[in-house]
Write a protein that binds this ligand. Sequence first.
Ligand SMILES: Nc1ncnc2c1ncn2[C@@H]1O[C@H](COP(=O)(O)OP(=O)(O)OP(=O)(O)O)[C@@H](O)[C@H]1O
Ligand SMILES: [Mg+2]
Length: 374
Amino acid sequence: MRVDTLFLRNFRNYRYLNLELDPHLNIFVGANAQGKTNLLESLVFLATGSSFRTRNEEELVLWGEDSCTAAAQIIKKQQTEKLLVTYCLKEKKKQYFSNGLELKKSAFSGRLLAVLFTPEDLLVVKGAPQARRKYLDEIICRFSPLYAYSLSRYQHILRQRNQLLKKYREKIIASPELASWNIQLAKEGAKIIRKRQYVLHRLGLLARLAQRNLTGREESLLIKYRTSLPKEFLTKDDEIEQALLRALQENEKNECRLGQSLIGPHRDEIIFLLNNRDARLYASQGQQRTLILALKMAELELIKGECGEFPILLLDDVFSELDEKRRRFVVENIEGKIQTLLTGTTAEGMNAFKKVGKILLVERGEIKYNDPRK
Ligand SMILES: Nc1ncnc2c1ncn2[C@@H]1O[C@H](COP(=O)(O)OP(=O)(O)OP(=O)(O)O)[C@@H](O)[C@H]1O
Ligand SMILES: [Mg+2]
């Protein structure tokens, strides 16, 4: 899958942009605050229907204007498709189109697939457990609308159950009402746990391989899913559901006392073990970066397996931070098969690419084609 042309109108600091992209590699070079991340943001906007930087879409509209548009012509399984998203400030409304036909967000997102790596991703290793759950959930949602539905059902159930626990506390122990919420929580929760375990297992194997290659076999990566349940080896939906239900019943007292649900996928952990040690506690900055990179490489393969095609790869400000060996590994893995857009403040280190595509200069919301190496 690739993006042929990108068109922006009043998007962030781009008043007007009509850009033809190289099918393989596009290196965006520019000083700080010129519009490099904005450009990648517009592609994620087209891929997912949302920004990865803000929930407040007003911020996307060029100051003083009343709407913004991002559009792209993409090529997918040898066919072209025109995608367009607009946001209107006055109506606070987004609209999504594919080949001129208006679609709902759910039908629009995922038509373009993109894997993004930004410096903020480092939080997936060092941040709170929630960051890791969110990371995994986003990956799964991308190719499983059913999972996205389960997740929102689960969150709804959890909110209701928590309200009940908070309101009635000990009075509700062993009540039929709580029992009914337990059943629902266990049912939906089991589906989520099962799917997470399954995807994490596949992602883990791919990431393990990537980590090995990235570090010249020095680092071995193991990814584990740790549930809040007593038994870890449950694999079938109904086994997990039963275990979850039992655990909920056994913990009712505790939960009522604290007024919140303590068991379920919202409390589970994803653990990255580097050479058998928890990366959250011990990984150095370089190791964190490498680990995320390995995860992103795994993600590319996973999507290829699910969708039959590689997504596009967006690397914001991370490539130049990698050492020579890691850069070379990335290049070997993407060259010729994955359309990549990467940003940096200098073109230094980009020589790792043998068949370099385009180097583009970003300056105050405008892009100039230039190849400083010539
Ligand atoms: N809605 C908007 N209208 C106009 N300008 C905006 C809007 N939103 C953001 N900007 C400006 O866009 C500029 C470029 O932002 P961007 O994050 O893309 O920079 P960058 O090139 O990635 O810089 P860095 O190298 O520091 O990451 C910023 O100076 C910001 O103030
Ligand atoms: Mg930036």
